[in-house]
Design a protein around this ligand. Sequence first.
Ligand SMILES: *Cc1c(COP(=O)(O)O)cnc(C)c1O
Length: 378
Amino acid sequence: MRINFNVPPSTGKELEYIKQCIDAEKICGDGSFTKKCNKWFEERMKATKCLLTTSCTHATEMAAMLCDIKEGDEVIMPSYTFVSTADAFVLRGAKAVFVDIRPDTMNIDEKKIEEAITEKTRAIVPVHYAGVACEMDTILDIAKRHGLFVIEDAAQGVLASYKGQALGTIGDFGCYSFHETKNYSMGEGGALLIKDAKYIERAEIIREKGTDRSKYYRGQVDKYTWQDAGSSYLPSDMNAAYLYAQLEIADEINNRRLAIWDRYYSELKELEAAGRIELPVIPEGCVHNAHMFYIKTADISERTALKAFMEERGILTVFHYIPLHSAPAGKKYGRFSGEDVYTTRESERLLRLPLYYKLTDEDQSSVIDALKEFYGNR
Ligand SMILES: *Cc1c(COP(=O)(O)O)cnc(C)c1O
């Protein structure tokens, strides 16, 4: 038996849609599937503008450019996140200022943000870990009082919400990921969500190598020229075709993931009640998207033993992240504000269980049984 940690989503329609691109002889960026995806997100998320990108990393780079992040600026973020959150700003010469996380959600501790602000601070980057929202009201209030941008790393937050608002649409910019490990995928890909329409024109230019080609395609100018510094952040329409097949059944995918999540939660509740493990916390007002299911073990040695125990049974589990402030580049490009009370400690206890659209009930039973066996024998 072998149970993978992740299997990328697919619906059966992908090849047909990719073939449509090939038959239409339109495979580069901003073809009909890209437009359909952008429109789907704008309508579903009530976003002013959505631009499909080549990754969430690239969407975040675009946001950093749109905020005019420069050498010497500081950007506040958690240390417990994927490298891209920091990379996008560090590439523009900024310093990453890491703030501790809350142990309940693993999200940035909104109460520790204000003390990290200096005269160099330009932006706050909340990361909605596991598709569970950060405390956005507090974060928006701090940003407003200090004149800072808010860029949501909503890589894991597609179809999740905070007080009724879709994650990615709450701050100035929101960044989604459609990497194969995410809820909806196009292999590699992402999207930038823009709240204020005044940024749309420049975003389109940055995404199209610094040209106004988007305007040209719409017939708004009769030739396109180099307008600004930019890069190539638009994905092939074939990748968008793959993604669109999943968007058509997004609720079905979301419901299946939620059902798997709920079953893990209810079946593992007794282990939590017995004080053996901790389960994820979903605060009031947050609707999550079952991006992941994790448990917390007593400590790192128990986690190592559990991971090996599961692996012996053919079940792959995963942990992450090595906190950025303890990584070589994190030491070079960042600093930790205040004390690391929870970031390292909680990251060492966390173990992610298999959770994907196509996970079968039988396989999930095997995962649950193995966990119960491990704790039953200790
Ligand atoms: C996956 C992920 C990213 C990066 O997404 P890509 O599309 O691979 O660039 C960034 N931040 C977080 C929190 C992620 O989980």
